[in-house]
Design a protein around this ligand. Structure first.
Ligand code: SF4
Length: 358
């Protein structure tokens, strides 16, 4: 191994573990990139693993078609989870249309690069204990209307930065606003998150064309064994701002039929309403700005489903680790009590099992 020209924190690079440069950002953002000879792929891998190690449940909000309100669903699910006391981040993976900065009131703002990584923007609101952390490409662009013209290799790298380089800190939920389609970004992310606790939500509208595209996302989830918590039917009806009556722009029968056929639960019907549109424009999700509104209440079953799934996964993991602990403890224990009479062994085994389950 050649000796690095750069030694992080004045330490001898040869004394460091390959990934241990102490920097929480990718080598691509590093001022020492051209002179450092540490193991850079190992650093990138370490970054992603250490970030993911601090994140509980990852929720991918998918819609194979653009324009169905996927970003609105992502923002409101994230804000709704935060309103229930959870630590939440929103990762904006929609490279060509990063809107989460606008949905949380950070349009035009930029972020810092520090030793800890790329900073996130923190959305604070009354009643939210932990601010929603927002990470988006929008914070790194020259202007908000700069078009992104990237080949797949750049998109692949950005997906790694989104998880590994942003300083997410400990989170209960990371909501990922996915781009439309089942292309490079989704495949990269699905590969990166293999083995993590990941679930998907499907955002769609009752239009047949949106539904046809959405079913491709369903197929993707099935092929990758990604749990699909259910569908969020967006723009399912229009609420009249004068009389509050609701009418439907598109017939819902096809959607209901297709969801039933694919065994997908319809979690919520979100109306197309001025309150939702203005919430997105003003940078305050409707679940925060008007929690008692019909639009905000419509999101409640979606948030319930996310919480229930995370709890079920946690319980499953706890039982699995308890079983492992019992097996490990059991073998040492068995050796220690091998000389005792059989009835005493059984009694002590029962006491150990009770202790471990407390
Ligand atoms: S971030 Fe990468 S280039 Fe910079 S010190 Fe760490 S390993 Fe070296």
């Amino acid at each position: 191994m050649s000796v690095s020209h750069f030694s992080p924190d004045e330490r001898d690079p040869l004394a460091l573990a390959p990934a241990d440069c102490g920097r929480g950002h990718s080598c691509q953002f590093c001022p020492h990139e051209s002179t450092c000879s540490l193991d850079k792929p190992a650093h990138e891998k370490h970054l992603i693993e250490s970030r993911l190690g601090q994140i509980g449940q990852i929720l991918l909000v998918m819609a194979n078609k653009g324009g169905v309100g996927k970003s609105t669903v992502s923002a409101n699910v994230a804000a709704g989870l935060a309103a229930r006391g959870y630590r939440v981040g929103v990762a904006d993976a929609d490279i060509h249309g990063p809107n989460q900065s606008r949905f949380f009131g950070f349009a035009g703002q930029r972020i810092r690069l520090s030793q800890e990584g790329l900073s996130t923007q923190a959305f604070h609101a009354e009643g939210i204990e932990h601010p929603v952390k927002v990470g988006s490409l929008a914070f790194m662009m020259e202007t908000d209307d700069t078009p992104i013209v990237w080949r797949d290799a750049y998109k692949h790298d950005f997906m790694h930065h989104l998880v590994g380089s942003f300083d997410w800190g400990p989170l209960d939920y990371l909501v990922v606003d996915m781009p439309p389609g089942t292309g490079n970004e989704l495949i990269t992310l699905a590969d990166m998150l293999e083995g993590q606790d990941v679930a998907a939500l499907l955002a769609t509208t009752p239009q047949e064309v949106a539904l046809m595209d959405s079913l491709k996302a369903v197929r993707f989830c099935q092929e990758r064994s990604l749990p699909l918590l259910g569908a969020v039917e967006n723009m399912s009806g229009v609420v009249c701002p004068h009389c509050s009556g609701e009418f439907h722009l598109f017939p819902r029968a096809h959607l209901a039929e297709a969801l039933a056929e694919h065994d997908i639960e319809s979690l919520a019907q979100i109306p197309l309403s001025p309150a939702l549109a203005s919430g997105s424009d003003s940078g305050r999700p409707v679940v925060i700005d008007a929690p008692e509104s019909p639009e905000a209440k419509a999101f409640a079953p979606v948030i319930d489903a996310c919480v229930e799934h995370a709890r079920a996964m946690f319980a499953e993991a706890a039982v699995a680790s308890l079983d492992t602990l019992e097996q490990g403890a059991g073998s040492d224990f068995d050796a220690a009590i091998a000389d005792l009479p059989r009835d005493q062994q059984d009694e002590l085994r029962g006491q150990l099992a009770d202790l471990l389950r407390q």
